[in-house]
Design a protein around this ligand. Structure first.
Ligand code: RB5
Length: 145
């Protein structure tokens, strides 16, 4: 799968772990940075990744900051992006099946690598359920009603 990933300084270390994991799994990973622990704004990678998802140049986006909150707020400002802040495997599965989320955000200061990788694996491998009630709700999200 084509996946774009980005982080700020609070998510840098976890991002590197996820890039290695996804690359080993054979995914096509585009890493937009940040590339070290120097403080930077989460807004910039969030907007870059969200715009790529919106444009369809990648299938999914993953964003990591200290908490995942700033990334999710910023990414969700881009129409067509459904960014989900996830801290557990149940939510990772449910947000794909119910919300058809196309961006995953996580907190690098919140999660250990073990649970984060399980979340990533589950989120990438769970399809949207396609159920009518969920499709209706997504349509309402997309049309802001
Ligand atoms: C940076 O200190 C921190 O505020 C940022 O990584 C993120 O958690 C914001 O939501």
């Amino acid at each position: 799968m084509k996946v774009m990933i980005g982080a700020d300084h609070g998510g840098y270390t976890l991002k590197q772990t996820i890039v290695d994991f996804l690359t080993e799994q054979g995914h096509d990973v585009q890493d937009v940075g940040t590339h070290d622990n120097t403080a930077c704004d989460y807004n910039d990678p969030a907007t870059e990744v969200a715009n790529a998802v919106r444009a369809g140049t990648v299938e999914r986006g993953i964003l990591i900051c200290g908490t995942g909150v700033g990334m999710s707020i910023q990414a969700n400002k881009i129409p067509g992006v459904r960014a989900a802040l996830v801290s557990d495997v149940y939510t990772a599965e449910a947000t794909r099946a119910h919300n058809d989320s196309n961006v995953l955000t996580m907190g690098g200061r919140v999660l250990g690598a073990g649970v984060a990788l399980k979340i990533v694996e589950t989120w990438l491998n769970t399809p949207f359920s396609g159920e009518v009630r969920h499709a209706r709700r997504i349509e309402k999200l997309e049309n802001n009603r």
